[in-house]
Design a protein around this ligand. Structure first.
Ligand SMILES: [Zn+2]
Length: 283
């Protein structure tokens, strides 16, 4: 049985300030909640509406589940896959720090049978896979690699975010594989990154179309603040002026999503994994 090509659509559901590294030191949850300003609560309904009947994976920042327990509830009730994107958004490559972070989100992850993990900023180390296994996860989507790559570390499946290889080839993909100049220099373009989508817009749809025609399942990321505009504030404007390289992240991508859903079938990553494993059994 062969797998129907589809786009593996994911939304890393995080506050708008997750983009900016200078908020990483802010560890007081009530201050972070205030900074979010209700955005993560208010953006959900319009995003679910934009998705319509399409089902996606929403990797949630756990503190949002603490602030607004209705957010994970609504995601699951709407038939989407709920995954973990970390508890407090910041670089989380250190495995001990990651272990503590996973514990902080353990209760809602258990409640909703979460089995997928997406590392913040696609930053993961090899030793994190054993931790993910021990924490009850089944898969991770935390590196960039060419579409169609799927492998196991410990007992964790890794479903990478898509790149397209322009030249060269790699035989083994080792974490970390984040969006870096090294990746680009080695001939891989990470078109599944919402940064790339912000830069190239509908050109990415052409790449996706080509990949689907080759029988592959492109894996792409979007963010809530790319689909629903956060209330502009002097703070956000200042942050963007200071970090102009982040502007593509905040470019509106709701028309991209609309076009994507009009043209291509999509599915959550968990569904893709289930179907892939099943198709392997029946070969
Ligand atoms: Zn993120």
């Amino acid at each position: 049985m062969s797998l129907t090509p589809r786009v593996l659509l994911s939304i890393d559901y995080e506050p708008w300030f997750a983009l900016f590294r200078h908020y990483d030191h802010l560890r007081d949850s009530s201050q972070r909640r205030e900074l979010d300003g209700g955005f993560t609560r208010l953006a959900l309904d319009p995003i679910l509406e934009q998705l319509g009947d399409a089902k996606a994976s929403l990797y949630l920042v756990g503190e949002i589940a603490d602030w607004y327990p209705e957010v994970p509830q609504k995601i699951v009730s709407a038939g989407h896959e709920l995954g973990l994107h970390c508890h407090i958004h910041r670089p989380l490559v250190n495995v001990n720090e990651l272990a503590d972070d996973i514990v902080d989100s353990a209760s809602w992850c258990k409640q909703y049978h979460v089995r997928g993990y997406r590392a913040p900023m696609i930053g993961i180390r090899e030793d994190a896979y054993a931790l993910l296994e021990n924490s009850g996860f089944q898969y991770s989507s935390s590196i960039y690699a060419p579409t169609g790559t799927l492998f196991q570390r410990n007992n964790i499946w890794e479903i990478p975010v898509s790149t397209i290889r322009l030249r060269g080839s790699a035989n083994r993909y080792t974490a970390p594989r984040d969006f870096s100049f090294k990746l680009l220099l080695d001939g891989e373009f990470p078109y599944g990154s919402s940064f790339s989508i912000g830069l190239m817009g509908k050109q990415i749809l052409k790449i996706i179309d080509g990949e689907l025609k080759r029988g592959l399942c492109p894996s792409i990321i979007l963010h809530p603040y790319e689909l629903v505009k956060p209330t502009s504030s002097a703070r956000l404007t200042r942050d963007l002026i200071l970090n102009p390289h982040l502007v593509p992240f905040l470019r509106d991508k709701s028309s991209f999503l609309k076009e994507l859903l009009r043209n291509f079938p999509v599915s959550p990553l968990g569904t893709y994994l289930d179907e892939t494993l099943k198709s392997r059994e029946t070969v």
